[in-house]
Design a protein around this ligand. Structure first.
Ligand SMILES: Nc1ncnc2c1ncn2[C@@H]1O[C@H](COP(=O)(O)OP(=O)(O)OP(=O)(O)O)[C@@H](O)[C@H]1O
Ligand SMILES: [Mg+2]
Length: 324
């Protein structure tokens, strides 16, 4: 049914059991995903963002049938994630970040042939598709070289090709641009846009809010295993419409002054880039422009080049939503 959502998740929960210690082993339960419900429409580019350990990868693994939830249920392309794993696996692609899931001792072509066979791609179509995918991700020239000789960016592009080998309707991408240089990250984002324009449903996790803002139709913010907010990027920005962001450009700003700003009750978040010669401090506050006199007072020993009041971005909304 075309009108049926691509993904429907109901109260998903995942608990990991781990044991710690060598002499006295103690069992520990980690609730990675507490209670996650949402739905993704067909053709949608849906983002899941959240801090480290919030439960993004665990959610992706449950939806892509790599992990069984402890409770709750979900359907993917109309199939149940626990009962219909084969039907789901045939129809989805999974793109993971880093080196996980590639055979590095063999070539890109060998990897794609192997995964093509695994997904049941008929040999006649398989070789044609491998050629097209290698062209798409710009690896044709190095296709016969061992993957271990590839740069990180090339491995990431091979991941993308691997995720597309079965011409999936729905693609899960877990931090597809992590570790890529800015140019490759931009190329990857453009490929994601093209896939979306071609009608694919995409479920993306990312740490980069500008990426979610640029790519996603809707974004869910996950915090400690629960969805804290779900909306379009501009809808999420409404969470910070009552705040303003003061951006200070200066020199000689120290960590101590950054923590002084964090102590002000009306300050919601402070981010600082103190490494460069031109330092940037962003202060999100509910206080309005009267914060400027406080900025000048706290930074009396630093040099201030410029102070601007800016429109809050998706990053500011995110920082507010995940602040505990
Ligand atoms: N195999 C595992 N065994 C035990 N605990 C795990 C396992 N995998 C993940 N966890 C824990 O579950 C929680 C959620 O992890 P998960 O990898 O889903 O988070 P994430 O949002 O993807 O984080 P990141 O942004 O770092 O990728 C974390 O506390 C993590 O330490
Ligand atoms: Mg993760």
């Amino acid at each position: 049914m075309a009108s049926q959502p691509a993904i429907e998740a109901h109260h998903l929960q995942k608990v990991y059991n781990t044991s710690r210690g060598i002499v006295r082993r103690t069992r520990q339960e980690i609730v990675a995903v507490k209670d996650v419900s949402f739905s993704v429409q067909r053709g949608e580019l849906f983002g899941l963002v959240g801090p480290n350990g919030a439960g993004k990868t665990t959610t992706v693994k449950m939806l892509s049938t790599m992990l069984i939830p402890n409770s709750g249920n979900a359907s993917v392309l109309g199939f149940d994630i626990e009962k219909d794993t084969k039907k789901i696996r045939e129809r989805i692609g999974i793109v993971l970040g880093g080196e996980r899931g590639l055979y590095t001792r063999v070539s890109a072509i060998d990897n794609l042939r192997y995964f093509g066979d695994l997904y049941g791609v008929p040999p006649a179509t398989r070789n044609k598709r491998i050629k097209e995918l290698l062209d798409l991700v710009g690896l044709s020239d190095r296709a016969k070289d061992r993957v271990e000789s590839y740069s990180r960016g090339m491995k990431q592009r091979l991941h993308l090709a691997k995720g597309l080998i079965n011409d999936p309707e729905l693609i899960f991408m877990d931090e597809p641009t992590i570790g890529l240089d800015p140019e490759m990250a931009r190329d990857t984002r453009n490929m994601i846009k093209d896939l979306s324009k071609a009608g694919k449903t995409i479920f993306l996790t990312t740490h980069y809010m500008f990426e979610a803002d640029e790519l996603c139709d809707r974004v869910a913010v996950i915090r400690s295993g629960e969805i804290a907010a779900l909306d379009t990027p501009s809808g999420l920005k409404k969470y910070v419409m009552d705040t303003s962001v003061v951006e200070v450009e200066g020199f000689g700003i120290t960590e101590r002054e950054v923590s002084d700003f964090k102590k002000i009750p009306e300050v919601i978040s402070v981010s600082a880039d103190l490494e460069e010669r031109k330092q940037i401090l962003r202060i999100q506050t509910s206080k309005g422009s009267e914060i400027i006199s406080e900025v000048q007072s706290i930074l009396r020993n630093a040099r201030i080049y410029d102070i601007k009041i800016k429109e809050p971005t998706l990053e500011d909304a995110y920082l507010r939503l995940v602040a505990s």
